[in-house]
Ligand binder design. Structure first.
Ligand SMILES: [Fe+2]
Length: 184
């Protein structure tokens, strides 16, 4: 498979009647069959969303995301549904919902290579790299991730903010120094 074929496959799914289900099926069919990690090795996956994206449209964004060893994100939303295929390394997702502006921890999921994690629109999560290798994943979002309004929470005070990348990075630095994800 070539990169343009991967993009076309997902691009078509994004135009279908049930894009999230279609994307999930593709991610599940890719694991073990296509070496997506190798295919996307030209993308470093760090340096923020604009440097991780390899396709974006109003329907869908495709990114390769790398969380370096020791990195933990602040709680955040994506502004739409998302689905992740873990490519290599291990990452822990702590899951939350948000009612009346208050975060509530609802569970966790550890992703190992081949795991597919769907996230409903409105889902809030914290991601952390586990182990001594970076966590790499193929992330698919149901919209244009660079323009969708998103939210982020201060990992120390749990105060909610509109997502701004300077703020996000400051919160990620604080989150990475903490013992565990908020409310854990
Ligand atoms: Fe995320």
């Amino acid at each position: 498979m070539k990169v343009f074929e991967l993009v076309e496959t997902f691009g078509r799914a994004g135009e279908s009647d049930h894009p999230m289900n279609a994307v999930r099926e593709i991610l599940e069919s890719l694991r073990g069959r296509v070496d997506v990690d190798k295919l996307l090795s030209y993308i470093p996956g760090t340096g923020g969303n604009p440097r991780q994206v390899f396709y974006r449209s109003p329907q869908l964004t495709l990114l390769k995301v790398c969380f370096p060893v020791g990195r933990r994100t602040p709680p955040h939303t994506h502004g739409t549904w998302a689905a992740i295929l873990q490519l290599s390394g291990e990452e822990k997702n702590t899951l939350y919902d948000c009612e009346h502006g208050r975060l509530r921890r609802t569970g966790e999921a550890t992703l190992t290579p081949g795991t597919v994690l769907p996230l409903a629109a409105g889902a809030v999560h914290v991601v952390e790299c586990r182990g001594d290798a970076p966590s790499l994943g193929l992330h698919v979002y149901g919209g244009d991730i660079l323009v969708l309004p998103r939210r982020v929470w201060d990992p120390e005070t749990l105060e909610e903010h509109p997502l701004d990348w300077t703020l996000y990075e400051r919160f990620a630095q604080a989150a990475s120094k903490a013992e565990r994800a908020p409310l854990g």
